[in-house]
Design a protein around this ligand. Structure first.
Ligand code: NAD
Ligand code: IPM
Ligand code: MN
Length: 345
């Protein structure tokens, strides 16, 4: 019989609140014969304050023994910026070789986006997840003095770029529009930019059916707002992908709806699913957090594990729920309850 062995990292701020709703909907959507086992990990700000630990080796090892990970959000104003982000979230993405950071955007019905009424937005950003400026390759000299010098070096390997570019081409080839756009900044970042472009052009020869395009990242931000329909699949570096996907969320329905998967395509390690947003300390504890992004991340998780009908049920429930929203305030819990009822049929 089928089973899901899920690791859960609620984390900080609204992470705790939205993950509770994600699990509620997951339990509701799974058929009786699927055995769901969840193990919650106490990681994040509270753990750090208590013990000074971000992600101990024992926890990292234990997390490996799961089919997937569901994460809420990491980061808290009481912890120096970067400690948890680097020591927990990025450590997980690197350790589990999550080189494909998948961030789909669809124009959701009945939301207040600047693009409401525009042609359908339906694109997916394939954000590189293990390299670029995220590797911690830098340093500071004469820190805190007027003569301080800081470097933050972007690391790009042919191996790392080629594997994510190949993944993006395969995804584009499998979609009806078959279009792949590389986003970089090779007019200024000439070393990394040309590495990306050369590999992109070489792999493109193996995919004659895929239409290709290249945009500098600054121009890409224009077209995200003015011509979002020109995008199908986008492949880009770690930092550009981070920024573009918050913009994509804002124009397609709001940050409260944007889901993501940190995928290890080889299956050597568990993939990790999380909303695009962070711990939102400004609304934590108020009931204002929209759990939909996390619930849609649960759909991505189910699809990744082969539960396609259940993933579709969640996505359809969200669409129906959004279509029915009339602007009346609903708490995090109320949205979760409504979606749990809808997916159960
Ligand atoms: P944020 O995404 O937490 O918040 C940005 C804005 O969006 C805030 O006004 C917030 O209230 C709003 N928002 C976010 N999620 C929402 C939701 N589900 N429903 C309604 N509104 C929502 O980004 P930030 O303020 O830059 O970062 C806060 C903390 O989160 C920082 O410590 C940051 O490092 C961390 N962070 C973590 C992740 C992650 O764990 N994956 C992602 C982004 C930021
Ligand atoms: C995200 C977040 C993270 C990132 C931070 C918190 C490390 O912004 O998941 O988008 O930059 O990848
Ligand atoms: Mn981000």
């Amino acid at each position: 019989s089928r089973s899901i062995n899920l690791a859960v990292i609620p984390g900080d701020g609204i992470g705790q609140e939205v993950v509770a709703q994600g699990l509620k909907v997951l339990s509701a959507v799974l058929p009786q014969d699927v055995k769901l086992e969840t193990k919650a990990y106490d990681l994040g700000a509270q753990r750090w304050h208590r013990t000074g630990e971000t992600l101990p080796d024992a926890e990292l090892e234990s997390l490996k023994n799961h089919d997937a990970i569901l994460l809420g959000a990491i980061g808290d104003p009481s912890v120096p910026s970067g400690v948890l982000e680097r020591g927990l979230l990025l450590k997980l993405r690197f350790a589990f070789d999550h080189y494909v950071n998948l961030r789909p955007s669809k124009l959701f019905p009945n939301t207040t986006t600047p693009l409401a009424g525009r042609p359908d937005i339906d694109f997916v950003v394939v954000r590189e997840g293990t390299e670029g400026p995220y590797t911690g390759n830098g340093g500071s000299l004469r820190t805190g003095t007027p003569a301080e010098v800081a470097t933050e070096v972007s690391l790009n390997t042919a191996y790392g770029v080629e594997r994510v570019v190949r993944d993006a081409f395969a995804r584009a080839a499998a979609r009806p529009r078959k279009k792949l756009t590389l986003v970089h900044k090779n007019n200024v970042l000439v070393y990394a930019g040309h590495l990306w472009k050369n590999i992109f052009d070489r792999v493109a020869q193996e995919y004659p059916d895929v239409t290709t395009d290249y945009l500098h990242v600054d121009a890409a931000t224009i077209f995200f707002v003015t011509q979002p329909e020109r995008f199908d699949v986008i492949v880009t570096d770690n930092l550009f992908g981070d920024i573009l996907t918050d913009l994509a969320a804002a124009v397609s329905g709001g940050i409260g709806l944007a889901a993501s998967g940190n995928i290890n395509p080889t299956g050597d390690f568990p993939s990790m699913f999380e909303p695009v947003h962070g711990s939102a300390p400004d609304i934590a504890g108020t009931g204002k957090a929209d759990p939909t992004a996390t619930i849609l991340s649960v759909a991505l998780l189910l699809r990744h594990l082969g539960f396609e009908p259940e993933a579709v049920r969640i996505e359809e429930a969200v669409s129906a729920d959004l279509a029915g929203r009339d602007g009346t305030f609903r708490t995090t819990d109320e949205i979760g309850d409504t979606l749990a009822v809808r997916v159960a049929g």
